[in-house]
Design a protein around this ligand. Structure first.
Ligand SMILES: C[S@@+](CC[C@H](N)C(=O)[O-])C[C@H]1O[C@@H](n2cnc3c(N)ncnc32)[C@H](O)[C@@H]1O
Length: 462
C-alpha cells in the first residue's frame, strides 16, 4: 500500500537540523531567492541537507508549492507561487544543487515535483539532470587526456541543453555550446543518475547497479521458466519482458517504422539480416528466428548461458547453426561483444536489424556500442534497438536518459523514435513479491516502457 507523505515544513525540516542548513531550507521553502542567493555564496551549500529527513533546498522549494490546482479557480495565485519557486529552483541549480539527491521518502526533487503535479518544476529538474549526465560523459572522456590540471582549474566547454529540450509537443532544437560555471562542475562531480554517488551512470538493466560486468561474467547463473538470475539473485532476464521483446522485434522488422492501428500484429518480412547482443533466455532470438532470417548472429559472453545452449536446452545449438542458408549465416558468437565485434567488422558484416540487451554494463557501454559499431554494422535503411532499462526505477531518471540518448544519437547521425507501450504492473507492485520473488531488486517500476527505434537520419543532413 502506498504510504502517504507528510509534506509539511514541520515534518521536513527537523528540530535538530544544523542552523545554517535550516536557514537555507527556510529561505528555499519561502522562495526568497534574493536572500537564498546570499546564503549560496559558500560552495557546496546548494546541496546541504537536513540530516534527519534528507531535505535539500531543492526539495524544500518544490515541496512548498503544494499540489498544483486541479481547477482553473486558483490559477492566478498559483502561477505566482509556481513562478517564484521556479526562480528559486533555477538559482539553486546555478549554485550546484544536485538534481537527483534522494530524501528520506526516497524521492528526488523531480519525484516531488511530479507527485505534486508541478510540471514546470519537474521540467527544470529534468533539464538539470540531462545537463549533469551529459557533463559526466564529457568528463569521463576528458579524464584520460588530462595533462594533470584538475577540472576546477580548466575552462571546460559544455553543452547547454536547456534550449535543446523540447517544450511540450515541440521537437528538438539545436545545441548551444557555452562555458561551464564553477557550480555546474560541482554538480557534475557529485551527481549520479540513480542517486548513487559511486555509480555515475545508470546501468542499461537497472538491476545491475552494483554488479560489474567482470563480476557478472564470473558468477553462476540459474535458469527457471520465469527468469534467469545470477548468484546474488539479480534478475538478468525475466519472462515479464517477453511482451517488450515482442514489440521490439515488430518495431525493428516491420515495413514502416510506426505501428499500425491498435498495434495490430504485423506480418514481418522474412530473410532479414539480424544481429542480437545478449542471448539471456533466448526470448528475442526465438522471435527473430521465426522470421527466417538470411543471417542471424548472436553474441553471448557468459559461460553458463553458452553451456545452457550447448546442453540442448534451447533451439540455438549446433543443429540451428547448421540449418542456416549458408556457412556462418546462423551463429552464436562466443565472447564479449567488445571482443567479437571487431571480427565482424573486419568480415564486412551488415545487418538490417540490431538489438542490444546485455547485463552488468552501464550506459557508457551502450553508448560505445551505438557510437562505434552501429554506424558501421547497420545497413543504411536498418534499425537499431536496445532494452531501455536506463534509469527505469525512477521516472525522472528514465526521462533524463531518454533525452541523453537522443542527444548522443544525434551525434552519430541517428534519430530515435520512441514507441510508448504499457507495462502491466500486476504482480510487480512490490519488491520481493509476485514477479520479484527471489529477485534481489525490483528494477522496473514504471507503467510505460519507451521502446527505442533508431535509424540513420536521412542523407540531406550533413
Ligand atoms: C538481459 S539478457 C538478454 C535477454 C534477451 N534479450 C532475451 O530475450 O532473452 C543479457 C544477456 O547479455 C549477456 N551479456 C552480458 N554482457 C555481455 C557482453 N559484454 N557481451 C555479450 N553478451 C553479454 C548476458 O550473459 C545475458 O545472457
Amino acid at each position: 500500500m502506498a504510504t502517504t507523505i507528510d509534506d509539511s515544513m514541520a515534518a521536513r525540516i527537523s528540530a535538530d537540523c544544523p542552523d545554517d542548513t535550516k536557514q537555507l531550507l527556510y529561505h528555499a521553502w519561502a522562495h526568497d531567492t534574493s536572500d537564498l542567493k546570499k546564503l549560496l555564496d559558500v560552495p557546496g551549500k546548494a546541496s546541504a541537507r537536513d540530516p534527519a529527513t534528507g531535505e535539500t533546498p531543492l526539495h524544500a522549494a518544490i515541496r512548498a508549492c503544494g499540489p498544483a490546482p486541479q481547477s482553473d479557480t486558483d490559477n492566478d495565485a498559483d502561477d505566482t507561487v509556481s513562478q517564484e519557486a521556479a526562480e528559486a529552483v533555477h538559482e539553486l541549480f546555478l549554485s550546484g544543487a544536485i538534481w537527483n539527491d534522494v530524501d528520506s521518502n526516497d524521492e528526488t526533487p523531480g519525484c516531488v515535483a511530479w507527485r505534486l503535479g508541478r510540471k514546470d518544476l519537474y521540467r527544470l529538474c529534468l533539464e538539470a539532470g540531462v545537463r549533469a549526465e551529459l557533463l559526466f560523459g564529457l568528463f569521463d572522456g576528458y579524464e584520460e587526456l588530462s595533462s594533470g590540471s584538475s577540472a576546477e582549474e580548466e575552462d571546460v566547454e559544455i553543452i547547454n541543453v536547456e534550449d535543446a529540450l523540447p517544450t511540450e509537443g515541440e521537437g528538438e532544437n539545436g545545441v548551444i555550446v557555452e562555458k561551464e560555471t564553477e557550480t555546474e562542475k560541482q554538480t557534475t562531480e557529485q551527481t549520479s543518475a540513480n542517486g548513487d554517488q559511486d555509480s555515475k551512470v545508470p546501468s542499461t538493466e537497472t538491476a545491475t547497479q552494483d554488479v560489474t560486468s567482470e563480476q557478472y561474467l564470473a558468477s553462476n547463473l540459474t535458469y527457471d521458466p520465469a527468469k534467469l538470475v545470477d548468484d546474488q539473485g539479480n534478475g538478468v532476464m525475466m519472462a515479464w519482458e517477453t511482451s517488450i521483446m515482442r514489440r521490439s522485434v515488430d518495431a525493428l522488422l516491420r515495413q514502416t517504422s510506426s505501428p499500425g492501428p491498435d498495434n495490430a500484429p504485423t506480418t514481418l518480412p522474412q530473410g532479414k539480416r539480424i544481429l542480437n547482443i545478449g542471448f539471456g533466455m533466448g526470448i528475442i532470438d526465438a522471435m527473430f528466428a521465426a522470421t527466417n532470417p538470411s543471417r542471424h548472429h548472436i553474441i553471448e559472453a557468459h559461460p553458463a548461458v553458452l553451456a545452457h545452449i550447448d546442453a540442448g536446452n534451447t533451439a540455438f545449438g549446433s543443429a540451428w547453426e547448421a540449418s542456416g542458408p549458408g556457412e556462418g549465416a546462423y551463429k552464436v558468437h562466443r565472447g564479449r561483444w567488445q571482443d567479437v565485434l571487431p571480427q565482424l567488422l573486419e568480415a564486412g558484416e551488415q545487418y538490417d536489424a540490431i538489438y542490444f540487451d546485455t547485463f552488468g554494463e552501464d550506459y557508457a557501454e551502450l553508448k560505445m556500442f551505438f557510437t562505434e559499431y552501429v554506424p558501421v554494422l547497420m545497413d543504411q535503411a536498418g534499425r537499431f534497438g536496445f532494452f531501455n532499462g536506463l534509469g527505469a526505477d525512477r521516472r525522472i531518471c528514465y526521462d533524463v536518459y531518454t533525452k541523453v540518448v537522443e542527444m548522443h544519437m544525434v551525434d552519430v547521425g541517428m534519430d530515435v523514435e520512441w514507441e510508448e507501450i504499457d507495462v502491466d504492473l500486476k504482480g510487480m507492485e512490490e519488491a520481493g513479491k509476485g514477479e520479484w520473488e527471489d529477485v534481489r531488486r525490483r528494477y522496473w517500476t514504471l507503467d510505460k516502457y519507451r521502446l527505442p527505434i533508431c535509424t540513420f537520419m536521412s542523407g540531406d543532413i550533413c
